[in-house]
Design a protein around this ligand. Structure first.
Ligand SMILES: Nc1nc2c(ncn2[C@@H]2O[C@H](COP(=O)(O)OP(=O)(O)O)[C@@H](O)[C@H]2O)c(=O)[nH]1
Ligand SMILES: [Mg+2]
Length: 397
């Protein structure tokens, strides 16, 4: 849910729920929900110190005081945080559904702001509908052309040929120019938009996502209090054909910028051979190898958090919390059988069948499993029951 990224390097591509370094002006962040190491300022403009936070403890589990109080405004401080959505005007009804769920499950008690970004001006309907749904303030930003275009060093003829070739090989989004602009924007520019500079933390929300369970506590504050900088709920393997040169760029970055590589990082999450090759694993709330690699190498592994209790769907993957008690306590409406966390799918793109994921013959450990192993964490109760290898092919139509 939050993410910390790097600024101006090849390492930036996408998103999650993380901590944004945006407002610090240095190491950037693309992230989703997170907190910042510096002092924080509540969205009301009230300064919040770590001491204040400890004076108003959050209910993190059903045995904590205040857990069942889901009515009215949540007590306690707010972080300097916002939701952020990149969308087209035509996405209005899909983002409306996402907002409704985020509000019902969480934000109606917290009233965090929401920033909407678009490469074109938002129309009146988009603004009217979204502002009626969001309980915090809404802000609408138009992305400048230089953040939504090809950089001038790109050889346009070569780029066109690559797109044509990828289209022929039926690689997902292979011939889409706008998708490339979107990825570039989410990798390197979203946190530089003036509206985002007002916040330290972000939680990225896409059209057509689902939140299946009540969120009883403030994930932004959880991250602040626990010194987390990036968080996620799903992890999977990237389509390898879409990032043929990414790891080479990462290796160059590491070589040229060793001072940015954190000690005790998550390289073992990203690579099975000490960094020689990328295993294509990434963490996501949306799409994310660039953010994941940045968070994996620039942060200490303890600064990355997995929210088991935030249940999330982004086509075609579901994170449904492991453990029946958790699901009942959180009034979840997801089918636990759909939970992706412990399945062995390698999620490799199969050129012959666009948008399909198939169970591999020898499943590799999932990204989520890797995260638990890497951090020496105990897996949630009941995870073994979800490891079964259903003979399933996921297809997006
Ligand atoms: N304004 C704008 N937003 C876009 C465009 N293409 C994608 N998006 C947004 O970028 C995000 C990711 O796009 P999506 O199609 O969901 O890609 P995926 O999640 O990688 O499959 C979503 O929030 C989309 O609404 C575009 O051309 N213009
Ligand atoms: Mg999406």
């Amino acid at each position: 849910m939050t993410g910390a990224g790097t600024k101006g390097s090849e390492i930036q591509k996408e998103e999650s729920l993380l901590k944004s370094g945006a407002s610090t002006g240095s190491d950037s962040g693309k992230s989703s929900v997170g907190s910042s190491p510096k002092g924080t300022t509540g969205s009301s403009g009230i300064a919040v110190s770590h001491q204040d936070l400890s004076e108003a403890p959050m209910a993190l589990s059903p045995s904590d005081a205040g857990w069942d109080n889901l009515m009215g405004t949540a007590p306690g401080p707010r972080m300097n945080a916002t939701f952020v959505t990149l969308a087209r005007n035509s996405d209005i009804w899909d983002i409306a559904r996402s907002i409704r769920q985020v509000e019902d499950r969480f934000n109606k008690r917290y009233n965090y702001d929401w920033v909407f970004l678009n490469d074109k001006p938002f129309d009146a309907t988009f603004k009217k509908v979204t502002s009626s749904l969001v309980s915090g303030k809404t802000h609408y930003g138009e992305i400048p052309q230089e953040h939504w275009s090809f950089p001038d060093f790109i050889d346009q003829d070569k780029a066109k040929k690559v797109r044509e070739d990828m289209a022929q090989r039926k690689i997902i989004y292979g011939d889409s120019v706008s998708y490339r602009h979107m990825c570039r924007f989410e990798s390197g520019f979203f946190f530089r938009q003036p509206l985002m500079m007002n916040y330290e933390w972000y939680w990225r929300v896409e059209p057509s996502i689902e939140l299946f369970c009540d969120v009883h506590y403030d994930p932004f504050r959880y991250m602040a209090e626990n010194k987390k900088k990036y968080s996620f709920v799903l992890s999977l393997y990237e389509y390898v054909e879409t990032i043929p040169t990414l790891w080479d760029s990462v290796k160059k970055f590491i070589k040229n910028n060793p001072q940015h590589i954190a000690e005790g990082n998550s390289m073992a999450f990203l690579s099975d051979d000490g960094g020689d090759t990328y295993n294509h694993c990434h963490m996501r709330w949306g799409d994310a190898p660039v953010h994941s690699i940045a968070a994996g190498l620039l942060l200490k592994k303890e600064e990355i958090h997995f929210f088991n209790d935030i249940a999330y769907y982004h086509v075609p993957f579901t994170h449904c919390p492991t453990g029946e008690k958790t699901r009942l306590d959180l009034r979840c409406h997801c089918n636990p059988k759909d939970n992706f966390d412990w399945k062995g799918y390698s999620c490799k793109y199969r050129p012959a069948v666009l948008f399909c994921y198939k169970l591999p013959a020898n499943p590799r450990p999932t990204g989520t499993s890797r995260y638990f192993d890497l951090n020496g964490l105990e897996k949630p109760e009941g995870y073994e029951n979800q490891q079964t290898r259903d003979d399933v092919v996921f297809c997006i139509t």
